[in-house]
Design a protein around this ligand. Structure first.
Ligand code: FAD
Ligand code: DHB
Length: 399
């Protein structure tokens, strides 16, 4: 098997890359470890930056998003039982918050890729990358249910295989530096059959800990509670979840609408960056190269930003035989990555209760929140980061 680009992983990074390359006339094959159903059902991120929404429309993938997405003018921040509206639309010259879940994005991308005869192989095992320092790198893999290894020969390999995938390890340890931060808390996420309780997302910081109210469909809501990183879902009965959601989200005269809890799960929170994001003919994209805590809603968006840069760089390489952009891939991406790391860390530390922090640090976070309430410049900075920072030239959407 042969293709110009071999992509490992059918998450947001791998699938957006395949579509962007196709638009540039570059062929790609995607190898995915999970089954199609598993990819399409995993409940993860929810918020799309404004330019990701525009990109989906440009790629002809925006029809269902336009119909089923939630377009909010802003978000609410809440502390001391008071709710403050951050008018993102007004602060960013009309850009809006879009809630359209990651697995719905993936369904749209997979269906369109298959409809245009794009090659994607699900349920592969034993993926191994080799010959990265040659002109002809390859990916060995095994198809579901077979014992025979197959090989995908390519010009370039893209590791879009998430945090636990093998691609990052293919870069010799002596060639990479990894930056870590582990937070002493996790998120318990629940899906609830109920109507929307509030017209926009609420990020709440209460003494008991952080809570987030988000949405999925008019009848299905997404909610998160700060919990211990090693917490057991079994320790969270429905009654305990409602008691904590009410105590962290309710305000005088407003109460959260309850419903049947149909799913529960816990994720740990961490920050991570691998530098550089490339080695020879291997490029890392998305969670394979970096992780952000979810409080800033940046994980998915950052994955798409990486592959937008990569698709443009590969287009320049194939079209003009110039390696300039390809060689700069990691440097270009890391500028945006570190800004997203900063914003996600800021939102996380400002909004969570951290037992390890001193009273001084807690007061500082309170001052950060109050600054957003009282200073237009501080609110505008939060809004610009949340809705999606502008790209360095060339402009987004012109890959
Ligand atoms: P992924 O989506 O992880 O995709 C990688 C793909 O590679 C997977 O499909 C995987 O099966 C495949 N793969 C792995 N190994 C191999 C292999 N050896 N061979 C072939 N394929 C392989 N972000 C938020 O902003 N808000 C949230 O609420 C939120 N919740 C999250 C919950 C969970 C449980 C997780 C794990 C992440 C969450 N994130 C959240 C982060 C966000 O979903 C990710 O940043 C985003 O999915 C990154 O996309 P990606 O394509 O880089 O990686
Ligand atoms: C959702 C997740 C986030 O991490 C976030 O900051 C906002 C919304 C969500 O899953 O809806």
């Amino acid at each position: 098997m042969r293709s110009q680009v071999g992509i490992i992983g059918a998450g947001p990074a791998g699938l957006f890359l395949a579509h962007l390359l196709h638009r540039a006339g570059i062929d790609a094959v995607i190898l995915e470890h999970r089954s199609r159903a598993e990819v399409e059902e995993a409940v993860r991120a929810g918020v799309l930056e404004y330019w990701v929404v525009a990109l989906m429309h440009e790629l002809g993938l925006g029809e269902r998003l336009a119909r089923e997405g939630h377009f909010d003018d802003g978000i609410s921040l809440q502390w001391d039982r008071e709710r403050h509206h951050v008018d993102i639309r007004e602060l960013t010259e009309g850009k809006r918050v879009t809630v359209y879940p990651q697995h719905e994005v993936l369904k749209d991308l997979i269906a369109a890729w298959i409809a245009q005869d794009g090659e994607i192989i699900f349920s592969v095992d034993d993926t191994k990358i080799r010959d990265l320092d040659t002109q002809h790198p390859a990916i060995d893999f095994r198809r579901d249910g077979t014992s025979e290894m197959q090989t995908l020969q390519c010009d370039y390999v893209v590791g879009a295989d998430g945090f636990h995938g093998p691609a990052r390890q293919a870069i010799p340890a002596s060639h990479r530096t990894e930056y870590h931060k582990v937070y002493p808390f996790g998120w318990l996420g629940v899906l609830v059959n109920a109507p929307r309780s509030w017209h926009e997302l609420i990020y709440a910081n209460q003494a008991e800990g952080f809570a987030l109210l988000s949405t999925r469909t008019p009848q299905l809501q997404r909610m998160y509670l700060q919990c211990r990183p090693d917490d057991d879902v079994a320790a969270w009965s429905d009654a305990r979840i409602w008691e904590q959601l009410h105590s962290r989200l309710d305000t005088d005269g407003w109460t959260l609408t309850e419903g049947k809890i149909v799913q529960k799960g816990i994720v740990p929170l961490r920050s991570f960056v691998c530098e550089p994001m490339q080695c020879g003919r291997l490029f890392l994209a998305g969670d394979a190269a970096h992780i952000v805590p979810p409080t800033g809603a940046k994980g998915l968006n950052l994955a798409v930003a990486d592959v937008w840069v990569l698709a443009h760089a590969l287009d320049v390489k194939y079209r003009h035989n110039s390696r300039n952009e390809v060689d700069r891939y990691s440097t270009t991406c890391l500028r945006r990555v570190w800004k997203a790391e900063r914003f996600s860390w800021y939102m996380t530390t400002m909004l969570h209760h951290n037992h390890a922090e001193t009273p001084f640090e807690r007061r500082i976070h309170r001052a950060d929140l109050d600054l957003v309430r009282t200073s237009r410049a501080a609110a505008a900075s939060l809004a610009e980061n949340y809705v999606g920072l502008p790209f360095d030239a060339p402009a987004a959407g012109k890959a």
